[in-house]
Design a protein around this ligand. Structure first.
Ligand code: ADP
Ligand code: MG
Length: 604
């Protein structure tokens, strides 16, 4: 007699349930997907006891007649797929015909459903996989499914569930994911009788995004260039990387309206945000990919939470480019918010002119209104400047703001002053703008260095006294390997013989840094960076090197600035293509509104 046996449907369903029904949230996901596939415009979810006691989902979708209700609980029964070829172009969320029978095999399930053209509905009741009742029953058009005593017959499974709160969190996440994928559908979630989520029908993804993330401020809008030939459409919204909300929120991915996990796409988003995301922080928001159906295989995971792309490289690139575009747009938006004066007809005079006119004293023209003087030369002791009027300029390379009487109100920002030798304070209409001088300058220089590097080479400064340096054998090898890059970075170094090298020129912006130390750091950077692998390893390494050069060249925390230098920095921010974050992703500025300040002082 043969040892091999064909499993009964009941056992097969329980095995499938092991994959499909991991926890209450998976039941919610499967049932909501069924409602969406049935064309529901309103889906209401009730949860009791963390989903173990009760999950009830009702929808106003197409409903089922008695025959279909009976079939729906059969294994491998689906209305969404007929032939093998349909598998390569699945347009529905479900297709495996597994969810209802699997869920039904590990819970007590009631289905109540009525299609539009029927006068009466059907009620079916199942207990752990056995149909116990089926009869006609009155009900609204659509479907209501109740799942009670989840895992009641598989205690081992139940033991693996986490606390009620954790399970509720996963359920809410599942609802949020589906809600983002279907903005036009209204969702309700009630837990233990209390409404915990409600997303009214939204106009578009942005409106739904704001409902889900409770976020009203400026967003990064991701949108790939939508040409007629383009087959990949990337869309979405990201929270500004520095926003406090982004710390706890997640990145969600929707591929052809299906919520999925995919590390490759998450990586592409991080790459697109390179230089704007702090180390250790994750991007947050929602990204939506529309691809031709034959470009994705969704049949690789029983709960369909993972997918496979036909051309992952292309998608990676499309996503990271779209995110880069979003960052560029965001810079643009920030810039026009910061520097454009709303009331153009009466341009406000800024203090640029007065600051740059020697002998004027800082007090004059400083305040726009008649309030007491906000600072005096005492607060800005031009110590170094007195000894040498060009010292800031030379050491810090901050250009002074040009004196131009024809250019009234070039920023709309009024300088208040510098604080802790690091933060610059400006007043702008109804906002207080605080700028981190080092972070701001670092980004500006980094952008300049990058542009120079890729256009031709970074400008060098010939050293008056060439500097001799000894390199170890390893350093010598690294130098030989990266010689060209190092030259493009603005260094002039020659091998003198044996271990001896002569530095004849350094990047002009770094003229004030000790030349041998500078070269050592660069070689060290190449040494550690060499360990990186991957296609873009060299680009990433170079970015790091340029960022570290920018850091050295930028004004530091602790550098006292003259007012014209502060204004000069602002002017450079306005000219720079990117300015909002330092190359390591730290934010450059923070604004406080008048209303926020008022609230601090209970002036409401
Ligand atoms: P699948 O979704 O993969 O087809 P399911 O087991 O989830 O498999 O559902 C089986 C079938 O039951 C579906 O194909 C669909 O025809 C029907 N069905 C399930 N839920 C609903 C619903 N809420 N409204 C209408 N029909 C439904
Ligand atoms: Mg389904």
């Amino acid at each position: 007699m043969s040892k091999i046996r064909i499993l009964s449907d009941h056992v097969a369903n329980q095995i499938a349930a092991g994959e499909v029904v991991e926890r209450p949230a998976s039941v919610v996901k499967e049932l909501v997907e069924n409602s969406l596939d049935a064309g529901a415009k309103r889906i209401s979810i009730d949860i009791e006891g963390g989903g173990v006691r009760l999950i009830r989902i009702s929808d106003n979708g197409s409903g089922m007649d008695e025959d279909d209700v009976l079939l729906s609980i059969e294994r491998h029964a689906t209305s969404k797929l007929r032939e093998e070829k349909d598998l390569s172009a699945i347009a529905t969320l479900g297709f495996r015909g597994e969810a209802l029978p699997s869920i039904g095999s590990v819970a007590k399930m009631t289905i109540l459903s009525r299609p539009e053209n029927a006068d009466v509905g059907t009620r079916a009741e199942m207990t752990y996989g056995r149909l116990t009742k089926i009869h006609q029953d009155g009900c609204a058009r659509g479907t209501l499914i109740e799942i009670r005593s989840l895992f009641g017959n598989v205690p081992a499974r139940k033991k693996f569930l986490k606390t009620r709160r954790t399970e509720l969190f996963h359920i809410e996440e599942a609802v949020r994911n589906q809600a983002l994928a279907h903005p036009q559908v209204e969702f309700f979630l009630h837990t233990d009788g209390r409404q915990t989520l409600h997303f009214p029908k939204a106009r578009d993804l942005e409106e739904r995004f704001r409902q889900v993330y409770h976020y009203q401020d400026m967003l990064l809008t991701v949108r790939s260039q939508d040409t007629p030939e383009s087959t990949k459409l990337v869309q979405g919204f990201l929270l500004p990387p520095e926003s406090p909300e982004a710390r706890t929120a997640r990145l969600r991915l929707l591929v052809n309206n299906r919520s999925v996990r995919d590390r490759m796409i998450a990586h592409a988003v991080r790459e697109g945000l390179h230089g704007f995301l702090m180390k250790g922080r994750q991007p947050a928001g929602v990204l939506l990919l529309k691809l031709p159906r034959d470009q994705v295989d969704i049949n690789v995971h029983p709960a369909k939470q993972e997918i496979k792309f036909r051309a992952p490289q292309e998608i990676h690139q499309a996503v990271s480019e779209a995110v880069q575009l979003a960052i560029a747009d965001y810079q643009h938006q920030l810039k026009s918010d910061l520097f454009v004066v709303p009331n153009q007809s009466q341009p406000q005079k800024t203090q640029v002119e007065s600051f740059s006119r020697p002998g004027d004293g800082y007090q004059q023209n400083v305040s726009v209104d008649s309030e007491p003087v906000r600072y005096s030369p005492k607060n800005f002791p031009p110590v170094a400047a007195e000894k040498n009027p060009h010292v800031y300029q030379r050491e810090l390379h901050i250009g002074e703001a040009p004196v131009n009487e024809d250019k009234p109100s070039f920023t709309g920002l009024t300088l208040i002053g510098q604080c802790f030798d690091l933060y610059l304070f400006f007043e702008k209409n109804d906002e207080l703008v605080v700028i981190d001088q080092h972070a701001a300058h670092e980004r500006i220089i980094y952008e300049q260095l990058r542009r120079a590097y890729f256009k031709d080479k970074i400008t060098s400064q010939i050293l008056l006294f060439p500097k001799t340096i000894e390199l170890s054998r390893e350093e010598g090898e690294i130098f030989a390997q990266y010689q060209e890059t190092i030259a493009t970075m603005g260094f002039g170094v020659e091998h003198f013989g044996d271990d001896t090298y002569v530095i004849k020129a350094v990047p002009a912006l770094l003229g004030h840094v000790q030349a041998d130390k500078l070269l050592n750091d660069i070689l060290e950077g190449f040494k550690t960076g060499k360990k990186r692998t991957g296609k873009d390893a060299l680009a990433a390494l170079l970015d790091d090197q340029l960022a570290s050069m920018a850091c050295k060249a930028a004004v530091k925390s602790g550098n006292r600035l003259a007012p014209q230098e502060m204004i000069g920095l602002l002017e450079q921010m306005r000219e720079s293509s990117s300015f909002s974050h330092c190359p390591h992703g730290r934010p450059v500025m923070k604004t406080f509104t008048r209303d926020e300040l008022k609230k601090w002082f209970y002036r409401t």
